[in-house]
Design a protein. Structure first.
Length: 572
């Protein structure tokens, strides 16, 4: 059923029912409320949207304007859109598909505001799908991509819902209007942490799709002469083509493994939180925010590299790459805009750095911050050794975190308010947070290839891929490693030559590495990436099905071109 709805396309968007609406019930509803709504959602007996973002606010959740005012005389909440900018705007499925929504609104009771909380609101009739009284709904119009999803808008004109429709697992409002605090005000945001974590796998899968398409096509496509008189080579024989595609292929594996870690972390930390231990929430938020931001940004750029590596046919929708890029671009903005998310990670790193300066031993993904030596020890490093590469990335991140934090401390010592010092160092903070996440991805990649249960021949290939990913990162960001002399120019030259060697070493396994993603043609939806490699025949068939080819002479000739040509000829 869900798959059918999913493929219905135009105007039917059920993605967010699965990835946001249903998980919000799972994570924010009481057991009683789950009995009422969870099975309905899981069986798609109701279809839901996650309605948080408004026309005027997406990033700043505390600035949302929709209100939920408790009326103790009727034990109801009154949901209202007080301004134009409070109109819910963007939620997937909200325009035409969903008949329910979890609505994030400022909770008011006894005249006091307690901040954003989630409320279950029925928005369309289950009989005729018409909007419920007081609810105005619509689609927000064409977007860059994913136009099958009806991202919509919603306005509420004093819509009354029972008190029990507030999702009350963490915070509660009693019948008399008393507000009961949650263990942490950020638990209302927990589903965003979950969804960000899933974006890491979405990014990995998107990059896996793009590299599958581009690597397979690069084995089919023959172009130019490498040596005069010789047959045209597969374009994958060109080192430049390998330099474009193999780092993206390595990143797809790196992000895939990072998503395994993210899923495991989310499970164990939320498990502890169920028992009342909130200690892991801050690290979980920082990791999910940073990984979401980093992996989606690299993926969007990487998909466009793959698109360009396929030449003209990459620019055709037949390749599947423009659609992949559009979707990946959405991941950079949705579920927490990337800059804002990376700043959240930076906020956590600055806090941890201060704790480490005060003598606290750091643990988890920031443990290296207290372990890394501030003074570089230059020397001939073995740039093909994974341990050396991981240490280099951790040194780089620790140095940049320290530099950004000290810069901020310096600004505050000059008398700047903390917020102003933060803002004037935020570019440094973003770069430090990116270096931190990059070092985590490299370390996690190295640890995974060394411990994953695979045949030794497979481990050797994955190790080469991990070396390639790390060496590519070092050569792309060489300045960061050279700055304090931790790596020398000779180390960077060694890294470049090892990288070239890794490109050649990965080449024979490139097709096997993309086939290993096991992405069916129906998922890839790409003429260039077909498993059977019969690109040209299917490209021609695909083009012939274009709507423009329904008639030999298009109606636009008679309407526009013919009179235009005629009048120009008449002037000769
Ligand atoms: C290729 C595939 C294609 C697929 C097609 C496309 C599909 C698309 C699918 C699209 C689906 C898209 C669906 C959608 O898009 S759903 C809508 C998604 N919207 C967002 O993600 C909103 C983003 N904004 C926020 O989360 C908050 O406003 C932020 C975080 C920015 C500020 O918040 P706030 O102003 O309140 O906080 P603060 O900055 O003062 O910090 C105060 C403290 O709070 C801590 N803190 C903050 N947050 C969290 C947290 N979550 N857990 C735990 N802790 C948290 C923080 O560390 C700090 O701690 P400390 O430092 O004081 O100790
Ligand atoms: C495809 C898609 C699907 C979506 N689906 C949903 C959904 O189902 N439900 C839902 O509720 N929402 C959804 N959204 C909305 C999405 O969550 C928001 O667009 C996102 O959170 C970004 O918020 P914004 O649009 O307010 O951007 P803004 O925050 O206005 O971003 C504009 C610029 O301001 C900058 N900026 C903002 N705050 C800061 C800061 N503190 N420091 C530095 N720079 C800052 C940003 O970095 C950015 O460069 C979707 C969006 C898209 C694109």
């Amino acid at each position: 059923m869900a798959a059918a709805l999913q493929t219905l396309g135009g105007g039917i968007g059920i993605t967010l029912h699965w990835i946001a609406f249903t998980p919000t019930i799972e994570q924010q509803a009481t057991e009683e409320q789950k009995k009422k709504w969870l099975k309905l959602a899981q069986d798609v007996a109701i279809v839901g949207a996650y309605a948080q973002t408004e026309m005027g606010h997406g990033t700043f959740v505390r600035g949302l304007e929709t209100t939920a005012t408790y009326d103790p005389s009727t034990q109801e909440f009154v949901i209202n859109s007080p301004t134009l900018t409070s109109t819910k705007w963007w939620p997937g499925g909200l325009g035409k598909t969903a008949n329910h929504a979890t609505v994030m609104a400022q909770l008011y009771t006894r005249g006091k505001c307690y901040g954003p909380h989630n409320f279950m609101v029925q928005i369309r009739s289950l009989e005729n799908h018409q909007p419920c009284p007081g609810v105005t709904l619509g689609d927000i119009g064409p977007k860059m991509e994913s136009n099958g999803n009806d991202n919509g808008f919603a306005r509420f004109d004093h819509v009354r819902i029972p008190r029990e429709n507030m999702l009350m697992k963490f915070a509660r409002v009693e019948a008399d209007g008393t507000y009961v605090q949650p263990p942490s005000s950020k638990l209302a945001y927990s589903n965003m942490v979950y969804l960000r974590g899933t974006f890491v796998m979405s990014a990995a899968q998107a990059l896996a799709s793009a590299t599958t398409i581009a690597v397979r096509y690069s084995c089919v496509r023959r172009q130019s002469e490498m040596k005069p008189g010789e047959p045209e080579p597969q374009i994958l024989e060109y080192q430049t083509q390998q330099y474009k595609l193999f780092p993206q292929l390595a990143a797809a594996y790196a992000f895939w493994f990072a998503s395994w870690f993210m899923t495991q972390q989310h499970g164990s930390i939320t498990g502890s939180m169920e028992k009342g231990d909130m200690s892991g929430l801050a690290e979980l938020h920082a990791l999910s925010a940073g990984l979401k931001s980093y992996t989606t940004a690299v993926t969007a750029r990487g998909i466009d590299v793959c698109r360009m590596a396929c030449g003209g046919h990459g620019y055709s929708h037949a390749s599947g790459l423009p659609a992949l890029f559009g979707g990946a671009a959405a991941l950079c903005t949705a579920e927490g805009e990337n800059t804002v998310m990376m700043l959240q990670t930076a906020r956590y790193l600055v806090k941890c750095f201060a704790q480490s300066q005060a003598g606290k031993r750091l643990t988890g993904t920031v443990a290296y911050l207290s372990a890394v030596q501030p003074s570089p020890v230059a020397g001939n490093r073995n740039m093909s050794d994974l341990g050396t590469l991981v240490a280099a990335f951790q040194h780089r991140a620790a140095r940049m975190v320290r530099h950004a934090a000290m810069q901020m401390q310096g600004e505050m010592q000059k008398g700047k308010a903390r917020e102003d010092a933060w803002n004037s160092c935020s570019v440094l903070l973003i770069k430090a947070a990116e270096a931190h996440v990059h070092s985590f991805v490299v370390r996690n990649f190295a640890e995974t290839v060394q411990t994953v249960e695979v045949d030794e021949s497979v481990r050797a290939v994955l190790t080469s891929l991990c070396q390639l990913y790390s060496l590519y990162g070092i050569t792309e960001h060489a300045g960061d490693f050279l700055k304090d002399g931790y790596l020398t120019g000779r180390d960077i030259d060694a890294a470049s030559s090892h990288l070239s060697a890794m490109l050649a070493r990965v080449r024979p396994d490139a097709v096997a590495l993309v086939d290993a993603f096991d992405l069916h043609d129906k998922i890839l939806r790409s003429v260039l990436g077909r498993y059977d490699g019969r690109v040209y025949e299917h490209l021609y068939e695909w083009a012939k099905k274009s709507p423009l080819n329904k008639s030999e002479v298009h109606e636009s000739y008679y309407k526009y071109l013919q009179p235009f040509l005629k009048s120009n000829r008449a002037k000769l």
